[in-house]
Design a protein around this ligand. Structure first.
Ligand SMILES: [Zn+2]
Ligand SMILES: [Zn+2]
Length: 304
């Protein structure tokens, strides 16, 4: 394997989906590893982290890693209570996520391991755990990786991460509702005065420009694409994207490669395949150069 790669350990959103009908895509929740030489960055700590931790215990060279969390919804942190390296001395694990100070991160991560929800708390972690304080200017570095982040459209405070490494820009945006304002405005458009419509149009334009800016320059964009249009209608405002909006926004922003991610746990392999075919049709119809993939558990992308 190359010295620089990205690996999907979990690709589901909301909850794990360990059903035989779903395992072609994978059943574990959000976790992506970016490895460059001995530096390991993990994006989110869903159930995919458990398998990653077990693999790490089989080797002796690396004892350090950084976990960056987009937010603290269960599907993004529920691998931590079962993450074996955290329970082993001589490991050094840094954790970063939303919070106004480092203690907030500790508080949120620990909450899921408090009685009566879990038998042991984070005080039983024997590894050295460093909760990172929020840096100035929303950016910091880890080994050869430069990491920055922005708020995205998802309930509570949720970050989207931009990681620059080996001359590539990788965007990890697991939970984000594309065109959120556009869709809300369209619902109300007929009910407001022409003056208000002008205002709506201006707000909408500014908002879309900021959505484009968020993902512009991405060589690799890993983005929420949770719903079909039918399910999106029922779950508007829940903070997840219809895959069609994800594809169109990625095309508009000039993204090179898109990985549809945070798959709905209700969709089996067949449904996921139909989503993928539809995504490719959109790209063809728009004559766009975007390369689109479904994120699949176990998939490895070479970053060399
Ligand atoms: Zn999620
Ligand atoms: Zn969430």
């Amino acid at each position: 394997m190359s010295n620089a790669y990205l690996r999907f350990w979990g690709v589901r959103g909301s909850h794990s989906a360990p059903f035989a009908s779903h395992l072609g895509i994978g059943g574990n929740t959000s976790c992506v590893e970016i490895r460059v030489d001995d530096h390991i960055l993990l994006c989110d700590a869903g159930t995919g982290l458990i398998n990653f931790g077990n693999e790490m215990m089989k080797q002796k060279d690396i004892r350090e890693m950084l976990i960056i969390l987009t937010h603290y919804h269960w599907d993004h942190i529920c691998g931590l209570p079962f993450f074996v390296p955290a329970f082993v001395p001589d490991w050094n694990i840094s954790i970063f996520g939303p919070g106004i100070k480092a203690a907030n991160i500790e508080e949120y991560v620990s909450a899921q391991m408090k009685a009566p929800f879990f038998p042991v708390g984070t005080e039983t972690w024997l590894a050295k755990i460093n909760y990172l304080p929020p840096p100035q200017e929303h950016c910091f570095s880890y080994g050869p990786m430069n990491i920055s982040y922005d708020n995205v459209h998802h309930p509570g405070i949720t970050y989207g991460y931009r990681i620059q490494v080996r001359g590539k820009t990788i965007l990890y945006i697991s939970d984000n509702e594309c065109l959120y304002l556009d869709k809300s405005i369209k619902l109300k458009y007929g009910e407001v005065s022409p003056e208000e419509q002008v205002l709506y149009d201006r707000m909408n334009k500014e908002e879309y420009a900021s959505e484009i800016k968020l993902i512009q320059g991405a060589d690799i964009l890993i983005h929420d694409a949770q719903y079909t249009p039918e399910d999106y209608q029922k779950k508007r405002g829940w903070g997840h994207s219809c895959f069609i909006d994800t594809v169109n926004t990625a095309i508009d922003a000039g993204v090179k490669e898109l990985y549809l991610y945070h798959h709905d746990p209700n969709y089996d392999d067949r449904e996921m395949d139909s989503i993928y075919q539809h995504a490719k049709d959109i790209i063809k119809q728009r004559k766009a150069s975007l390369i689109c993939h479904l994120a699949v558990e176990g998939m490895i992308i070479d970053l060399e």
